[in-house]
Design a protein around this ligand. Structure first.
Ligand code: SF4
Length: 346
């Protein structure tokens, strides 16, 4: 994970990710949702009453690595991580975690996996039960996983210490916590079962910049100490730029670009990535980017455009783009893009 001192108050230094085995491998993942019930589809004569929320997605996350998933609302990033967590079914494809296939497991067979893949909720103040104390919230995973025979008081104290909160907060309720404290409680809860992978959904949403930096520093420190891997789902590009080692950009359920974060930010290959970068508000006029931003709306999943699905919004569209769908291919070492005319070669 790269955590630099930048707009965020994040720890200085740059920890290179060493060559590590893949912890998570997703191959050809496809998630479909039914849009019409059986009878209505029959009456309407709908031959394929489904939408593809995730389509043909493959990626890997190494041990100790931070992988970012970025895209506008409806891009499929949340559905993709829900599939990894076993919360939605794959229509097709494979997911391996720590060397084992995890698709199509029964609930009972998935439970040991769920201990090792933890979800950090977007808004812990809303996701923590208002009627539960900090102690109850952070030890709840032990109850859910039939591990209540542990010394829960000792676990609670240790977890609070790991996230830098005083044990005096154990009896507090969520409304008695600041935004930063609630986020730390969310981290403590995610750590309870000592997972190998944490999936963080917008880990800094709603926080002041200084508190964002504190939370990201904490996650960085825990990663170094515990060897954690993170998948961070966000549309906050400044955050993902400073915390992720590698990044994938999603559009209409597909990856359109993937590669090392620094390289993508320095020279995006896909016009959609360029548009996302240009859409980031830049308060300092001297530093305003020359990228054009994004035009138009995201098309409906019910009515995917022919050819390149981004063509109606692309400034670089050519005739071929309207009829011929580009495939995600390696454009430069370690970099993949789905575009007939990628913007830069390295
Ligand atoms: Fe734009 Fe064509 Fe590339 Fe699609 S394939 S992103 S329309 S240049």
């Amino acid at each position: 994970m790269r955590w630099h001192q930048a707009t965020l108050l994040v720890a200085s230094g740059c920890a290179m990710v060493e060559a590590q085995a893949n912890l998570l491998e997703v191959e050809g993942a496809r998630v479909r949702f039914r849009t019409l019930g059986f009878l209505r589809a029959l009456i309407a004569g709908a031959k394929d009453p489904y939408i593809d929320a995730v389509l043909d997605v493959s990626f890997a996350v190494r041990a100790g690595e931070t992988f970012g998933l970025v895209g506008e609302s409806g891009s499929g990033k949340t559905t993709l991580v829900r599939a990894v967590l076993g919360l939605v079914d794959l229509w097709s494809g494979r997911i391996r975690f720590d060397g084992s296939e995890i698709v199509d497991r029964s609930d009972a067979a998935f439970k040991p996996i769920r201990r090792q893949i933890s979800l950090m909720f977007q808004d812990p103040q809303a996701s923590l039960s208002p009627r539960k104390t900090v102690r109850s919230s952070i030890t709840e995973p032990f109850i859910i996983h039939n591990m209540a025979d542990r010394d829960l008081e000792a676990e609670a104290r240790e977890l609070l210490g790991m996230v830098g909160l005083p044990v005096g907060l154990l009896d507090n309720y969520p409304h008695q916590l600041s935004g930063g404290q609630a986020r730390r409680v969310g981290v403590a809860r995610a750590l309870a079962l000592r997972p190998k992978l944490i999936i963080a959904d917008e880990p800094t949403a709603g926080l002041d910049v200084s508190v964002q930096g504190e939370v990201l520093n904490l996650m960085n420190e825990l990663q170094g100490r515990l060897g954690l891997s993170y998948v961070i789902v966000t549309h906050n590009l400044p955050v993902i730029r400073h915390v992720s080692d590698r990044l994938a950009i999603m559009y209409l359920g597909r990856f359109v670009e993937e590669g090392p974060t620094a390289a993508i930010f320095a020279r995006p290959l896909h016009p959609y990535t360029l548009g996302l970068l240009g859409a980031v508000p830049q308060p300092d006029p001297d530093k305003r980017r020359e990228e054009p931003g994004l035009m138009g709306e995201v098309p409906s999943l019910n009515n995917r455009p022919r050819g390149c699905e981004f063509h109606a919004r692309c400034l670089y569209v050519q005739e071929r783009c309207r009829v011929d769908a580009p495939v995600l291919t390696e454009v430069a070492p370690g970099r993949r893009a789905a575009c007939h005319f990628p913007l830069a070669g390295s």
